[in-house]
Unconditional design. Structure first.
Length: 183
């Protein structure tokens, strides 16, 4: 699944992209609301990247996609469109290098995934979740057309700061999205 936005090109990761993922996941600020710590390169190579490649094999149109600037080709992070327990729904998400923050890339890429989910994949629903205290990601979800649905709590053996406030789910269904002049 290659996808282009105004400023980004999304492509499938390859087995040669471990270094890009390791760079991204090595920044504690990038990982703050995810694991709270950098991901070891050995885990990227042995677990993370193989899982990304496995999703491509099982779900041809879905997965985690490398995001590169169209002007110059610089890697800025990834965008994901993942299967959920509902075959008519997908979950979207992203992870960007800190140097790519504040440029509107997260919203741009997320909007493109939502459009593809409804226009090309025939999905009925798109959803995203994050920690309730992750206000920057919540703002991206709102700007992307997702609407707050609920707070929920997940048990973690080693919770991150802010976990007690719960996780939040945002979503949009096809009808609502189309009514927003996207149809």
């Amino acid at each position: 699944m290659d996808l282009e936005t105004e400023r980004l090109r999304l492509r499938r990761f390859t087995a040669d992209d471990a270094g890009l993922l390791a760079e991204l996941d090595s920044d504690p600020e990038v990982m703050r609301f995810l694991t709270g710590q950098p991901t070891p390169r050995s885990e990227i190579e042995g677990v993370v990247l193989p899982e990304i490649l496995k999703v491509y094999a099982e779900h041809a149109q879905l997965g985690t996609f490398a995001a590169e600037e169209k002007a110059g080709g610089a890697f800025v992070g990834w965008f994901g469109m993942q299967p959920t327990t509902d075959p008519a729904a997908v979950g979207v998400g992203y992870r960007l290098l800190r140097t790519a923050w504040g440029k509107g890339y997260a919203t741009e890429g997320t909007k493109a995934l939502i459009a593809r989910a409804f226009r090309e994949l025939g999905m009925a629903r798109v959803e995203a979740d994050t920690m309730a205290v992750n206000h920057r990601s919540r703002a991206v979800m709102r700007r992307s057309g997702l609407r707050f649905e609920k707070v929920f709590h997940v048990h973690f053996d080693d919770p991150l700061p802010g976990t007690g406030f719960g996780e939040v789910l945002y979503s949009v269904d096809r009808h609502t999205w189309e009514a927003g002049n996207h149809g």
